[in-house]
Unconditional design. Structure first.
Ligand code: CP
Length: 313
């Protein structure tokens, strides 16, 4: 099976069948990842470049490791060390990478829609590694893989997404993907951090955490995005943790075996207490492992389809 487009820009654009196909491929890749010798020839001769205009630990490193485990030529550029600092535009930077016969460009950018703009202007496959407040599709895919592994299936799960939904590309990608696979999505958080039109996405909305947590199979806490807060949306981190942080008492409202997830990086003691993070059913590190498997799968699917080889249809 092929994806309908040469790029992975968002979960909104993928069909349920395409999502299931990527997850199936990721399960295969996870077997490779867990071997002692993590080296396959899948991407031999292909070139993968990460182009990050925002900070990252998990996403950037897991794409780099995934590329290397599959024998690709992997390189990375950050905005701070590149000709972006000399005034080069986003499109010109992307075209420069394309001119070097790069097969896959992985981009993180503070502007929603930046990957979509690049995708229209290059032959390479473009992967969205997080664009502003829009989408972070590979994060949603690794979250789905983790839920599927731990709960057997996505369909029928009640997933509570808690916290700073307004600024969260992770929330948006998960909402699209979970609903396509038949899960029920609930969001909860301070009213100032819930987008006014969020209910139009078909989710249940609560302006408190307790109602959102009740009966949840999965509790997904979001990072409080200090860098994207406008003045006045949030009184203080302390107040947030007091009224919206997930501690053992609030967690008891969810199902007893509810998974605890977080995309990372966690503001420990703010979104989640250390006690909750240390529970066996907190799967934050497993999410990180699955991030490598998912990115191996996505690269393997897309790298051979870039326009440089004339085999895209
Ligand atoms: N979850 C996530 O995107 O983490 P990084 O910012 O470390 O990549």
């Amino acid at each position: 099976m092929k994806l309908a487009t040469k790029d992975l820009l968002g979960m909104k654009e993928l069909s349920a069948e395409e999502i299931r196909y990527i997850l199936y491929q990721a399960e295969i890749m996870k077997h490779i990842l867990l071997q002692d010798a993590k080296k396959t020839p899948h991407l031999q001769g292909r070139t993968v470049v990460t182009l990050f205009y925002e900070n990252s630990t998990r996403t950037r490193l897991s794409f780099e490791l995934a590329s290397k485990y599959m024998s690709a030529n992997a390189a990375n550029i950050t905005a701070s060390g590149s000709s972006v600092q000399k005034g080069e535009s986003l499109i010109d930077t992307a075209k420069t990478l394309d001119a070097m016969a790069t097969d896959v460009i992985i981009i993180r950018h503070q502007m929603s829609g930046a990957p979509h703009l690049i995708a229209k202007n290059v032959n390479a496959a473009v992967i969205n590694a997080g664009d502003g407040m829009n989408e972070h599709p590979t994060q949603a895919l690794l979250d789905l893989l983790t839920m599927k592994e731990k709960k057997g299936q996505i369909e029928g799960l009640r997933v509570a997404i808690i916290g700073d939904v307004a600024h969260s590309r992770v929330a948006r990608s998960n909402i699209y993907a979970l609903q396509k696979l038949g899960a029920e999505v609930v969001v909860g958080g301070p009213s100032t951090l819930l987008p006014r039109d969020i209910a139009t996405l078909g989710v249940e909305v609560y302006e408190n955490v307790e109602s959102a947590l009740r009966g949840a199979d999965v509790v997904m806490c979001l990072r409080l995005q200090k860098e994207r807060q406008q003045n006045g949306l949030l009184p203080s981190m302390r107040e947030y943790s007091k009224f919206f942080g997930v501690d053992e008492k609030r967690l008891a409202l969810a199902k007893p075996d509810a998974l605890i997830m977080h995309p990372g990086p966690v503001n420990r003691g703010v979104e989640l207490t250390s006690g909750v993070m240390s529970l066996d059913r907190a799967v934050i590190n497993e999410q990180v492992t699955n991030g490598v498997a998912v990115r191996m799968a996505v690269l393997n699917i897309l790298a051979k389809r870039s326009g440089h080889y004339g085999n895209f249809n």
